[in-house]
Design a protein around this ligand. Structure first.
Ligand SMILES: *Cc1c(COP(=O)(O)O)cnc(C)c1O
Length: 459
């Protein structure tokens, strides 16, 4: 029957990969967070001519590990605070390895029933955890950018259908104009999504914001359908939430579709202590969030939700004679047809953490953010935001001084934070959203920040 010359399992290779990955993770706490310049310079060894013949896979893996591992940013560790992105829970890394071995193309239920089921079940859990309405339709996408795009495509479909226009069939040429409202602090991913959808990046009504970046309800415009209002749960600098309890009823009363970019902030709904921040957003029509941020699953994993599941399906589903249809076809709800089974890690994270474990992780990250803010303020540095969630924005003085401190912190390597400009002030941004961050990580990082700030703010 078989005349296999190459076994399907290369046991030594996979064990070697696991051993190398474990060693990498074990060494993370003891290494600098940003890669050393010398590690980066060694990457040129990868840049050879395309080999004519094959290379032993063990050698390929060795090249990846020996050159790549030291040149990574230690995002998987506990002291990377540079972007609001989080790490990857151990159970999700393990689930990811298993799912990679399964290699399931999770577009169609009949072809990949196991992963389609995991995805369906995890979506049900998420809808419950995030307080979204029963019956909400959802899809797993690459990240919040595509989640915003996907949910806004459903919005575009629904508001134009209401106006008697089938946008999927006829496009936007000759369509009734759609009013799109965003806050002045909308994330660039929302703006980009509007561009991709033909709704225009700057053809929007922009609502002014307050000092925390929240939409000002007094400046909210009068609306008439067709209209889409984009709210934000969690500003990428301050962590602030738009005033949903005020704006959502008004916008919906005026016939608008309300969309929420909750890339990280929507997770607040999953913690009893933080849920007040997300109150009112559940009354919206669609939501975008990231699992690769605060749920701490590996890249890439975003989630798009639409209260009107049929609007999402009408926008995304494809039919072809060679494609079987099954129970819940995951691809009915996503721009992708073929894709990896992102829901496996989401299911594993939720199954391992439970409701209480997730809430504890979210609350611990927020407690750590408050500790950073207190420590920095006590040393005389100006915290520019109200620390309501996991975000701290701090100025060390004049823009050049703050820039010097940030460079110093990045060079020092104890932790890693990036820079931002918050309402015309140059500042350092601290985002705490990794499961791996411990009290010790926070104290060690704060100590490094204060030490470096003290030396670099001196003239
Ligand atoms: C991170 C983020 C995005 C973009 O998410 P990606 O996963 O990087 O595509 C959009 N909006 C907000 C508020 C974010 O924090």
């Amino acid at each position: 029957m078989t005349n296999r010359t190459v076994p399907i399992v290369n046991r030594d290779l996979l064990n070697d990969a696991a051993a190398r990955a474990v060693r990498y993770l074990e060494e993370l706490p003891g290494r600098r967070v940003g890669p050393a310049a010398e590690a980066l310079s060694r990457l040129s060894a990868w840049d050879t001519a395309l080999p004519e013949g094959p290379t032993d896979p063990a050698e390929v893996l060795r090249l990846l590990d020996e050159l790549g591992s030291p040149a990574t940013m230690a995002m998987a560790g506990g002291r990377f605070f540079g972007f609001v992105i989080g790490g990857a829970l151990p159970v999700t890394v393990a689930a990811n390895w298993l799912a990679a071995a399964w290699d399931q193309n999770t577009g169609l239920h009949t072809i990949t029933p196991a992963t389609a089921e995991l995805e369906r079940i995890a979506l049900g859990w998420l809808i419950n955890l995030l307080g979204l309405p029963l019956g909400t339709g959802a899809g797993y996408v690459t990240g919040a950018t595509v989640a915003n795009f996907t949910a806004l495509a459903a919005a575009r479909h629904a508001v134009l259908k209401q106006a008697g226009w089938d946008v999927e069939e006829h496009g936007l040429f000759g369509a009734p104009p759609v009013t799109v409202v965003v806050g002045a602090e909308a994330h660039p991913a929302v703006v980009k999504s509007l561009g991709l959808l033909g709704l225009g990046r700057s053809r929007v009504v922009t609502v002014p914001v307050d000092r925390q970046g929240r939409m000002r309800p007094d400046a909210f415009p009068r609306l008439a359908p067709p209209a889409i209002v984009c709210l934000q749960a969690g500003n990428v600098n301050t962590g602030a939430f738009d005033p949903a309890a005020d704006i959502v009823p008004r916008a919906k009363g005026a016939g608008a579709w309300v969309h929420v970019d909750g890339a990280f902030g929507l997770w607040a709904a999953a913690s009893p202590r933080l849920a007040h921040l997300a109150a009112g957003f559940e009354a919206a029509d669609s939501w975008a969030t990231d699992a690769h941020k605060w749920l701490n699953v590996p890249y890439d994993c975003g989630l798009a939700f639409s209260r009107d599941a049929e609007a999402l399906r009408a926008t995304m589903a494809v039919r072809a004679s060679y494609l079987p249809t099954g129970a819940r076809d995951p691809s009915d709800f996503t721009p992708e047809l073929s894709r990896r089974a992102r829901g496996v890690e989401v299911w594993a994270a939720l199954r391992a953490l439970g409701r209480a474990g997730l809430a504890e992780m979210l609350e611990r990250n927020c407690r750590h953010a408050r500790r950073f803010a207190e420590g920095l303020a006590a040393a005389g540095y100006e915290v520019l935001n109200e620390v309501v969630l996991n975000q701290v924005v701090v100025s060390f003085g004049a823009p050049e001084v703050t820039g010097r401190v940030i460079n110093g912190i990045q060079e020092d390597g104890t932790c890693w934070c990036g820079s931002t400009v918050w309402q015309d002030r140059t500042a350092m941004r601290i985002s705490v959203c990794s499961w791996a961050t411990t009290d010790d990580d926070v104290e060690m990082s704060l100590e490094a920040m204060l030490r470096i700030a003290a030396s670099r703010t001196r003239r």
